[in-house]
Design a protein around this ligand. Structure first.
Ligand code: TYD
Length: 161
């Protein structure tokens, strides 16, 4: 059977967004018709470390993992057409200062990483979305067991097949 690329992605609502804007963040993805295959609240350092393993040599790695453990995060596995590309568009630029105000990072944040460095604050940017289909597959595997992912139909699938 033909299996279309870029049908799933992994979102993590980071601790700063769980403390206030989490329900709006969830609805931003639901509003465009993405389907939530799995969703859970966890506080797990091992998952945060594995999730950001590509950055292990960067100067910001330890600070990043600490931030991800500051409070619970909400992990979501989403399905949709061009899921990775669409969700990256919805979250916006990595640095909140540069994120378009219509994106999640631009609407709920504004601080630059440079300012965070200068004021000894954590770099916070509210939400993660996988950057490539390969990264999405790896990250869904880090955060979810197979039996935590659910196959069902939602209304928008009647129109988008
Ligand atoms: P990255 O994978 O480059 O961005 P994205 O989250 O948009 O895929 O970086 C991962 C996280 O690392 C990013 O969300 C915030 C943090 N980070 C810093 O703290 N400082 C930095 O200079 C960069 C580039 C990222």
């Amino acid at each position: 059977m033909y299996h279309e690329r870029d049908r799933e992605t992994l979102i993590v609502i980071k601790p700063d967004a769980v403390r206030g804007s989490d329900s709006d963040v969830v609805s931003r993805f639901e509003d465009v018709g993405m389907k939530i295959m799995g969703m859970k609240m966890v506080r797990r350092g091992s998952a945060a470390r594995g999730h950001y393993s590509e950055h292990v040599d960067k100067e910001f790695y330890d600070r990043l993992v600490e931030y991800m453990k500051q409070g619970p995060v909400v992990a979501m596995a989403l399905e949709g057409v061009n899921a990775v590309e669409n969700c990256r568009k919805i979250i916006g630029d990595t640095n909140p200062k540069d994120a378009n105000p219509s994106t999640i990072r631009g609407r709920y944040g504004h601080m630059s990483f440079a300012h965070a460095d200068g004021s000894d604050s954590t770099h916070q940017n509210l939400v993660h979305a996988s950057a490539t289909p390969e990264e999405a597959e790896k990250e869904v595997g880090i955060w979810f067991e197979d039996d935590e992912l659910h196959d069902y139909r939602i209304g928008s699938e009647e129109h988008v097949r």
